[in-house]
Design a binder for this molecule. Structure first.
Ligand code: ADA
Length: 554
């Protein structure tokens, strides 16, 4: 399953993953051996490659002719793609979509090879040894499409409420893959309203964006309690009643997010976040969770009484976001970064890699109503002047790509952060009772007053984007020491009451949803080489903290 809804009725599309591919590691004692593996997958899910860090080649054959587009939803973490032995694409980052267009294919069987590389090196500024796992593999679906000389790349819908009714700006991006300008009739059908751009010029070998604003008389808002979704369809036709050569279907919701003083407003009402930070991680699937596993995680999120998920620390699978749209679960989505020092951020590859993630994340996830905020650079060097320059550039890029959502970043720089003038919302990760013994109420109040009195974040909404404690499933002892389930439950109780009870705080994200695998290379010191702060363990078995969270969130 690629999306929770059909994205085309005219453009021919089929998933190439969802079956057995050949897999062959490029290094190590098994280099060159061929294994049959079901994709999407991580090679760490295979008994022979549970600890393999290197390159691996996945291959499959398919029959096609003419112009094709291959869309890769996620290859971890660096991809080089070959068709019939010729390189057609390369991409850095496991968590964002990339594609390749190949023209005038001969009608025969073609061989697709994807070389995935999960090694750490100077070339990789974001996938580094870290407190989560950088897996290896074709971790999200691969889709084959037959396209014409022009196709719709995306449709972006920006809803806004004005003069007592919903309106929306509609943008449609057309890609012309020929060397000549093309004249096309372009039509959009958005929540039942139709727009027609007759005889529009699609520039040769480039992209053309058409815009129009429309009003809606009888539509329902998207809210967590009533997550009403609408379709946005686009069609390309040859002018003068010629045939329709392409279509594109996406979904959106009528909702608006703003900040006003210390509040985050959803459709004009202040929200209180009761959230969980979630990695895409599973002991059986690695980061390649299938639909059923994603849906099961969200059932736990809802059972806990949570209303939001933070995609720590990277863009998530769009199928997961589809589910959040349908279930009314708010999402803080962020670009890919965790804990990068100033030195890490001075890696010559950092800037383009971080900005590429923002560009690809917003372009492909723009219409998800569940995403209420864009985050960047979790716990990176926001205490340094150089770091501040990077934060500022990335926030400016976000504002250029999407001015309709607030933006923020999660800081851990206690009383040393110098970037709070940049985001719309000030967000902090705090661990009283875990990394230090300060009473939570005292810590939150002291931090908040410092923000108000000493920083440019004064008067802005304030979120606690992480708080929590470690607890090993099944571990108990007579004195409830750290790592026992009892200690974790007690710490979370105090942390959540302190944060949710703090009037000027707009909410909290628990660190974290479930226990996750971490990189042996740097966090090998963690018990079980896992981050054990989940409310459930990696098998989604509830710890004692589960009922504490359910009682407080519920
Ligand atoms: C940080 C970080 C998380 C995780 C957490 C922890 O806040 O953002 O990714 O590492 O600490 O478990 O200590």
């Amino acid at each position: 399953m690629v999306r929770a809804f059909n994205t085309h009725e005219i453009r021919k599309q089929r998933e190439l993953t969802g079956c057995l591919w050949d897999f062959s590691p490029c290094q190590g004692e098994n280099a060159g051996k061929v294994y049959k593996v079901a994709t999407p997958c991580c090679w760490e899910s295979h008994p022979v490659f549970a600890g393999y860090r290197g390159e691996g080649e996945y291959s499959v054959t398919f029959r096609a002719e003419g112009n094709i587009r291959l869309e890769f939803k996620g290859v971890s973490h660096t991809a080089t793609v070959f068709l019939d032995g010729k390189e057609i694409a390369s991409h850095y980052n496991a968590y964002t979509i990339f594609d390749a267009v190949v023209k005038n294919l001969e009608n025969k069987e073609h061989k697709l090879v994807i070389r995935a590389d999960n090694r750490f090196s100077e070339k990789s500024a974001l996938h580094i040894p870290n407190d989560y796992m950088s897996y290896g593999g074709v971790s999200r679906p691969v889709v084959l499409e037959n396209i014409n000389d022009a196709y719709i790349r995306w449709i972006h819908i920006t809803p806004f409420y004005q003069d007592g009714q919903w309106k929306a700006e509609v943008e449609i991006c057309i890609r012309n893959i020929t060397d000549n300008d093309m004249e096309l009739d372009v039509q959009a059908e958005v929540a039942g309203e139709t727009i027609l751009w007759k005889k529009s010029m699609a520039v040769a070998d480039g992209e053309t964006v058409l815009k129009h604003e429309i009003e809606f008389d009888n539509v329902s808002s998207w809210t967590p309690a009533s997550p009403v979704l609408y379709e946005a369809r686009g069609y390309l036709s040859i002018p003068g009643g010629g045939k329709t050569i392409d279509d594109y279907i996406d979904r959106f919701g009528f909702r608006e997010v703003k900040t006003e003083g210390k509040h985050i407003l959803l459709n004009g009402e202040a929200i209180k976040i009761k959230g969980l930070c979630r990695h895409e991680d599973h002991p059986q699937y690695g980061c390649a969770l299938p639909y059923a596993a994603m849906a099961a995680d969200l059932e736990i999120v809802r059972d806990l009484g949570a209303n939001s998920v933070r995609t720590s620390h990277y863009p998530n699978d769009e199928l997961f976001l589809d589910l959040c749209d349908e279930l009314g679960i708010l999402v803080w989505e962020e670009n890919h970064a965790r804990g990068l020092s100033e030195q890490d951020m001075r890696n010559p590859n950092f800037e383009w890699q971080a900005e590429q993630v923002i560009q690809e994340m917003i372009t492909s996830h723009y219409n998800h109503p569940s995403i209420y905020i864009w985050g960047i650079l979790n716990e990176c060097a926001s205490e340094s002047e150089y770091g501040k320059e990077c934060y500022e550039k990335q926030f400016n890029l976000i504002k250029k790509l999407d001015s309709s959502r607030p933006h923020s970043f999660a800081s851990c720089k206690f009383k040393t952060d110098i970037c709070f003038g940049l985001p719309d919302i000030v967000s902090y990760n705090i661990y009283p009772l875990w990394y230090h013994d300060t009473p939570p109420e005292e810590y939150v109040d002291d931090l908040y007053k410092w923000i108000q009195n000493e920083t440019d974040g004064a008067g802005k909404p304030f979120l606690v984007t992480e708080t929590g404690a470690g607890g090993i499933y099944g571990y108990h002892n007579p004195h409830n020491s750290k790592w026992t389930e009892e200690y974790q439950a007690e710490a979370l109780e105090k942390q959540l009451k302190a944060v949710l009870g703090y009037e000027d705080c707009s909410g909290v994200y628990i660190w974290q949803f479930c226990d996750i695998r971490v990189s042996e290379e740097c966090f090998g010191g963690r018990p079980r080489t896992m981050n054990n702060k989940g409310v459930v363990d990696e098998y989604r078995r509830p710890k004692m903290a589960y009922n504490v969270v359910k009682r407080i969130f519920g």
